[in-house]
Design a binder for this molecule. Structure first.
Ligand SMILES: [Zn+2]
Length: 200
């Protein structure tokens, strides 16, 4: 994360970064969004390294951080269905795995899958809110029994919220659900600010 050279007894993360991750790993909540970290360049480096290079060791560390938190939310909010945000077939071929599903598998948390039917552009390439929501519209296919179910959607990073908002829109279009919550490993300050502006 800090780009410093590792000592011989360190594995991927240096002691300083590791203890930074651990000491800031309390679960936080803003409206219906649960998160652990506020997104910054170091968290970004950590997650993209994991995503693009499939470092299993890192997956285990991350899973250890999120495991108990997700289990806690499932109990506290009486969650019936856990749904990880899917990646497209193209990106699956590129990376070989869905990082969010990988966390859940390591943590032995049961989940249901929805399908991403369109390969969307990376959100960071899109300038405004309209472009971002157009980019993901009608991208998801949901065939689950969600009637009256409390749902927990899981993503690794919440940057603009456009993807998760589209999934929620698609779910609500089709089902009368119970409550819908979101868990993300890291969330941008932009999203957290929005929560406060809404009066929460
Ligand atoms: Zn470090």
């Amino acid at each position: 994360m800090c780009k410093k050279k590792l000592k011989s007894n360190e594995n991927y993360l240096c002691e300083v970064c590791y203890s930074y991750l651990m000491s800031n790993s309390k679960l936080k909540k803003n409206k219906n969004i649960y998160y652990i970290y506020v997104y910054n360049s170091q968290i970004k480096r950590l997650l993209s390294d994991y995503k693009l290079k499939n470092r299993k060791y890192l997956g285990n560390i991350l899973a250890r951080i999120i495991e108990k938190k997700i289990q806690y939310i499932i109990l506290k909010k009486k969650i019936d269905v856990v749904i990880p945000v899917p990646i497209s077939k193209e990106r699956m071929l590129e990376r070989g795995f869905n990082q969010v599903e990988e966390f859940l598998k390591i943590s032995k948390i049961n989940y249901d899958e929805i399908i991403r039917i369109r390969d969307t552009k990376h959100m960071y390439m899109l300038k405004n809110k309209k472009e971002r929501s157009d980019n993901v519209i009608n991208s998801f296919q949901i065939n689950l029994d969600l009637k009256n179910k409390n749902i927990l959607l899981i993503d690794d990073i919440l940057t603009t919220g456009a993807t998760i908002e589209e999934i929620i829109r698609e779910i609500k279009k089709k089902y009368e659900t119970g409550k819908i919550y979101i868990f993300s490993f890291a969330t941008t300050t932009k999203i957290l600010k929005r929560g406060r502006e809404d009066g929460n």
